[in-house]
Design a protein around this ligand. Structure first.
Ligand SMILES: O=P(O)(O)O[C@H]1O[C@H](CO)[C@@H](O)[C@H]1O
Ligand SMILES: Nc1nc2[nH]cnc2c(=O)[nH]1
Length: 258
């Protein structure tokens, strides 16, 4: 199983018997440039299941083309990974979402993809998958159900949601008009990542489960004096680290039993 912890990198500390490779020591691997993305590929076990964890991901705004951002997903497919858990930090567009809430991703809106910027663009490599792929079942429904049962048992029901993630290019946070238009489109949380990896994972037939940590409430009023910033994003994640470690550990154990 492959777990993408990204800015939730501290969660990788839960991995038993870890073998950690720094991205810079892996030939042709991109390197992380964003604060909070530690840049290690960690092999080990979680709930007695063999896992590989990416401690840090790659973003389009760092200057990498999407094929480079997503290359690690194909590397992991080649070492036998067929299940992917993706995580991200996201701004809450849905007015009911609070900082620290969890949103299970039920669907996404690929803003970059609308314009044709897609990691699957270019000659198709049939060794990985088909030219044209469906995305209406991108996020595994059974895993969302499983995850909901876990968070219920953990007493997190009230701070857990199921929603739509929208990816924008970044690196800027949104204007008020952008926040309001993304809401109108039906998105519940906004970030600058994840969808390219999910596309490449679905192309090679991986089962995908994803969740966002709501790290800030998107600002939709000109009277609001506050401004989003990356430090509050990191702070919100760190404050949830312990319960997320527990959640992911149980989820991985449950998946293995299926
Ligand atoms: O999506 P991840 O990498 O989790 O992090 C989110 O938080 C960062 C901005 O604070 C951006 O990278 C955005 O995409
Ligand atoms: N685009 C975007 N990415 C984020 N990552 C964390 N918070 C946000 C946000 O408000 N907007």
């Amino acid at each position: 199983m492959h777990i993408n912890f990204h800015v939730l990198g501290t969660l990788a500390n839960t991995i038993v018997d870890p073998i950690s490779l720094n991205y810079k020591d892996i030939p042709n691997f991109p390197v992380s440039t964003v604060e909070g993305h530690q840049g290690n590929l960690v092999f080990g076990t979680l709930s007695n299941v063999k896992v590989v964890c990416m401690q840090g991901r790659f973003h389009y705004y760092e200057g990498y083309i999407l094929q480079k951002c997503t290359a690690p997903v194909r590397v992991l497919a080649l070492v036998g990974i067929n299940k992917l858990i993706v995580t991200n930090a996201a701004g809450g567009l849905n007015p009911n979402y609070k900082v620290g809430d969890i949103m299970f991703i039920k669907d996404h809106i690929n803003f970059l993809g609308f314009g044709g910027n897609n990691p699957l663009r270019g000659p198709n490599d049939p060794r990985f998958g088909a030219r044209f792929i469906p995305m209406n079942k991108a996020y595994d429904r059974a895993l969302i159900k499983n995850a909901k049962e876990i968070t219920k048992k953990m007493g997190l029901e009230k701070s857990t949601h199921e929603g739509v993630y929208v990816m924008v290019g970044g690196p800027n946070y949104e204007t008020i008009a952008e926040v309001n238009s993304l809401r109108m489109l039906g998105a519940d949380a906004v970030g600058m990542s994840t969808i390219p990896e999910v596309l490449v994972a679905k192309h090679c037939a991986m089962t995908v489960f994803g969740f966002s940590i709501i790290t800030n409430e998107c600002i939709s009023s000109y009277d609001d004096e506050t401004e989003p910033n990356h430090q509050e994003v990191l702070k919100a994640i760190n404050s949830k680290a312990e319960s997320l470690k527990e959640f992911v550990t149980i989820l991985v154990g449950n998946i293995a039993m299926e």
